[in-house]
Design a protein around this ligand. Structure first.
Ligand SMILES: Nc1ncnc2c1ncn2[C@@H]1O[C@H](COP(=O)(O)OP(=O)(O)OP(=O)(O)O)[C@@H](O)[C@H]1O
Ligand SMILES: [Mg+2]
Length: 413
């Protein structure tokens, strides 16, 4: 009988399969969960990488099938996938030398949740503000970071304005909103509210990095980030800085919006960020007499959640008081906890709490600042992702320019 291939031979071949992001083999990266070889030459490989449906998984599958299948004595190859654990992601970040944060940054932050969407105006900021407040109301230590540097709105929605102080370690103290929610936004460093920002690319990356590493976040259970619409630049930055961050995708209920939201999830997956779930916002309006109108259609949130194979965390109804509260800096979840929109947002918050908490949330250490994409998987037909989302928000055309190093703006002690 022909000698059957050994698992060592298979591992040797896996040593030639290089991760496109990190330029190291899957073996060196430690993402090979198992290699099984049956007596009849069937080989099963399991990798801990990506998320269900992510393009990176399909790429790996193709390469591994080809290369392992070419070994003498192999009758078939199956490639399975597991979600990487938080520790594995962190190790990946370290081994892969991603441009991360200094050791110890965000050391007290247990979970980072990024609120994203494919398009603007679907309620990301309203939900970020209210989710942070809802998490606080659920007894969690919560913080909100305005990662929408161009369209900052979290200070207004949480009703907190002012200029932060720095502590003895030269770290910036976040401001505090109702229910003890810690808040950080570019607005706190501008000379005037509503001043326009024109940063892009490297400036934006630097600003967000500083928000994460130079702010004294302290002990926080949930840091909720409000992302700008069309999250190309920012998603990439966050994926590099905090590989364990999870995304919540906000969509409105109509199927067209759900397709747009899907693009945001594709970005998340391309950057290997886990998607915690979908929130459908503006899902129906109920009149005081109890009549319900599905103004923006129906079912889009569930469709998207099914497609992404993630939970639908909540359906938030259209409610005027939610908008008024956001405009006036009084999050509805605190102002009127029994309002239907408040209850739905609390439900989403509980969903996030129920998800396996990330025990020791740490981030990879700093590496040479290079946001360049590395070589693609060495396989024919491997597709290199485009450098940036076509949806990335354009910078405002006018308004005073903010120049110089982000956050090196005047601070009071
Ligand atoms: N469920 C809701 N009921 C009523 N009004 C809502 C609801 N959700 C959001 N709004 C209102 O819709 C407007 C847009 O919401 P918001 O600014 O949160 O969206 P966004 O996705 O952050 O927008 P952008 O992409 O511009 O940052 C706001 O005035 C907000 O108060
Ligand atoms: Mg917004």
């Amino acid at each position: 009988m022909d000698a059957v291939v050994t698992s060592e031979q298979v591992r040797e071949v896996l040593g030639s399969v290089v991760d496109p992001e990190r330029g190291q083999s899957v073996v060196d990266l430690g993402i090979v969960r198992s290699v099984d070889v049956a007596d009849d030459g069937r080989v099963a490989v399991v990798l801990a990488v990506g998320a269900p449906g992510s393009p990176i998984r399909a790429q790996y599958e193709g390469v591994i099938r080809d290369r392992v299948g070419a070994l003498h004595g192999v009758s078939s190859v199956t490639v399975g996938f597991d979600l990487p654990s938080a520790e594995e992601k962190e190790a990946l970040g370290k081994r892969g030398q991603k441009g991360g944060l200094p050791e110890g940054a965000l050391a007290g932050v247990k979970n980072v949740i990024c609120v994203a969407s494919g398009k603007g105006g679907v309620g990301k900021s309203t939900l970020t503000a209210n989710l942070a407040a809802a998490l606080a109301a659920e007894g969690k230590r919560a913080a909100a970071l305005d990662a929408d540097v161009w369209g900052y709105s979290i200070p207004r929605m949480l009703g907190v304005h002012g200029r932060p102080t720095v502590n003895a370690d030269r770290k910036i103290n976040p401001l505090e909103a109702a229910a003890g929610v810690k808040v950080m936004s570019i607005e706190f460093f501008l000379e005037a509210q509503d001043q326009a920002i024109v940063w892009r690319g490297p400036m934006l990356h630097k600003a967000i990095k500083q928000f994460l590493q130079d702010v004294e976040w302290g002990e926080v259970d949930f840091l909720v980030l409000d992302l700008p619409p069309g999250t190309g630049d920012v998603s990439m930055t966050l994926a590099q800085l905090i590989p364990s961050a999870r995304m919540v995708i906000v969509t409105t209920p109509q199927p067209a919006a759900q397709k747009v939201a899907h693009r945001a999830s594709e970005l998340a997956r391309r950057f290997d960020l886990e998607i915690a779930g979908v929130i459908e916002n503006m899902s129906g309006f109920t009149t005081p007499s109890g009549e319900r109108f599905t103004i923006f259609g129906e079912g889009g949130g569930q469709l998207l959640a099914d497609e992404l194979d993630v939970p639908l965390l909540a359906k938030i109804p259209l409610q005027e008081s939610l908008r008024v509260g956001a405009d006036e800096g009084r999050p509805l979840v605190l102002d009127d906890p029994h309002a239907p929109a408040s209850q739905s947002i609390r439900q989403a918050a509980r969903g996030l709490i129920a998800m396996a908490p990330i025990p020791a949330f740490e981030v990879p250490p700093a590496a040479p600042a290079s946001s360049g994409r590395r070589s693609a998987l060495p396989t024919a037909g491997a597709q290199k992702p485009p450098a940036e989302s076509p949806d990335a928000a354009p910078p405002p055309e006018q308004g005073p320019k903010v120049t110089g190093t982000p956050l090196s703006l005047p601070l009071s002690r």
